[in-house]
Design a binder for this molecule. Structure first.
Ligand code: DQA
Length: 145
């Protein structure tokens, strides 16, 4: 069974109460349930951290265990070169990493229009709420096919 790490960056632990008009009213536990309900046949591990170091450590772990990754880098998207380097190392090793966003950053403030992660990701899905995760999961399932 293919392993998939679903990694979430800072402030995503507050989903449900965080700016519900932007991110919706469902929390991470609801997302976990949605993903499990997909019954994708994949071994899925959903995590969240506010720490850049921890997120980078999880990418190193994913590389080590040849997992695929769905990554919502949250605000790190826009400025973390350290995270970018970890993603680049991971995808250069031939693994799939889908960058996802719940909102569409391009329809929001200008600082959100730039992602330092997208250029080293396998691909990007943004703007579909929690469906962004489910679309990424389907994509990984097909690629691992
Ligand atoms: C986000 C978009 C980012 O700009 C923001 O900093 C987040 C969440 C999203 O999922 O829409 O924390 O990644």
């Amino acid at each position: 069974m293919g392993k998939v790490l679903v990694l979430n960056g800072p402030n995503l632990g507050q989903l449900g109460s965080r700016e519900p008009e932007v991110y919706g009213t469902q929390d991470l536990a609801a997302l976990r349930e949605l993903i499990v309900a997909e019954d994708s046949g994949l071994d899925i591990d959903l995590r969240q951290t506010d720490s850049e170091a921890e997120l980078i450590g999880w990418l190193h772990e994913a590389k080590q265990s040849s997992a695929s990754v769905i990554l919502n880098p949250a605000a790190f998207t826009h400025y973390s070169y350290a995270l970018r380097d970890a993603v680049a190392m991971f995808t250069a090793a031939g693994h799939i990493l889908v960058e996802i966003h719940i909102s569409n950053p391009y329809s929001r403030e200008e600082f959100r229009h730039n992602s330092v992660i997208s250029g080293v990701s396998t691909g990007v899905i943004a703007g579909f709420g929690f469906d962004s995760y489910l679309l990424a999961l389907e994509l990984i399932r097909r690629r691992l096919g």
